[in-house]
Design a protein around this ligand. Structure first.
Ligand code: ADP
Length: 259
């Protein structure tokens, strides 16, 4: 009903942030962080005020992917100043720990850290906050969806069965949490040899299309397995920044325009 307030204990909007979009995956290593970084930069390039919250506690890769380092400042001792690069305001659990230090936190500590990154970081006014979630269906996902009103989830998967099986669980989790699923992205969909142009489906092809159709979820894009995408991501400036008009950037830009 119009004007109805959110339940006091239910998911709340975060003040100043118009939309929160979660980027999730069933498995690690499927390119979830690469997608999150490229979507954030593509949105920024379109003039949207965008934030990226790296909540992948077990493998925070956004500092590297966005070329950000150093410890965030807290001038007042209460709030934290986010970092900024490529037009994206960002905060990562990886900036609070040493890069090669493993995060061995229990559930409540993880939830505290997530809460802190959502509410104590000075995000400023944002049109979109992209949240890079850890893989799987654990405490962080649950806490995020229960505390903050998530406007949509994007699920990244590679086409092979092992990854799809877990992606399906991700879809199921968001459905149980009443989080709208915007769609799936098939990453490492196809590989085109940079030497000879031969196209190969390293992880099979069409797996995500079929799975998305089966679950009634839109397929947002198919992203190729491409050396340039990896070099850009690992080099601190995503492909949508380094080669915005190249073919590898188009899938990301296409999805960003729909967010
Ligand atoms: P996740 O967040 O799912 O664990 P990452 O985004 O960290 O996965 O990606 C894992 C590795 O694969 C990174 O080195 C990244 O650069 C690389 N990668 C991701 N997507 C692609 C792609 N489409 N083409 C080439 N390399 C990719």
């Amino acid at each position: 009903k119009p004007g109805r307030r959110a339940e006091p204990d239910g998911p709340q909007p975060v003040p100043g942030i118009a939309r929160i979009i979660a980027v999730a995956s069933g498995k690690g290593g499927v390119g979830k962080s690469t997608v999150a970084a490229n979507l954030a930069c593509a949105l920024a390039a379109e003039g949207r005020r965008v934030g990226l919250l790296d909540a992948d506690v077990y493998g925070p890769s956004q500092p590297r992917m966005l070329g950000v380092s150093g410890r965030p400042a807290s001038p007042d001792g209460k709030t934290i100043l986010p970092m900024r690069n490529h037009g994206v305001t960002m905060m990562s659990i990886g900036l609070m720990t040493n890069e090669d230090q493993a995060v061995v936190w229990r559930g409540p500590m993880l939830m505290g850290a997530l809460q802190q990154m959502l509410t104590q970081v000075q995000w400023g006014a944002l049109d979109v906050l992209i949240v890079d979630l850890p893989p799987g269906t654990g405490d962080v996902q649950l806490t995020l969806c229960q505390k903050a009103k998530i406007d949509g989830a994007v699920i990244v998967s590679t086409p092979q069965d092992v990854a799809l099986l877990d992606a399906r669980k991700g879809v199921d989790m968001f459905r149980q949490l009443n989080t709208p699923i915007l769609g799936m992205i098939e990453n490492m969909s196809t590989h085109i040899c940079s030497q000879c142009g031969h196209e190969e489906h390293v992880f099979g092809h069409g797996g995500v299309v079929a799975e998305a159709a089966k679950m009634g979820v839109p397929l947002l894009a198919e992203i190729p397995l491409d050396l340039q995408i990896r070099l850009a991501a690992d080099g601190g400036a995503p492909i949508v920044v380094t080669q915005p008009d190249g073919p590898q950037a188009q899938g990301f830009r296409h999805v960003a325009r729909q967010l």
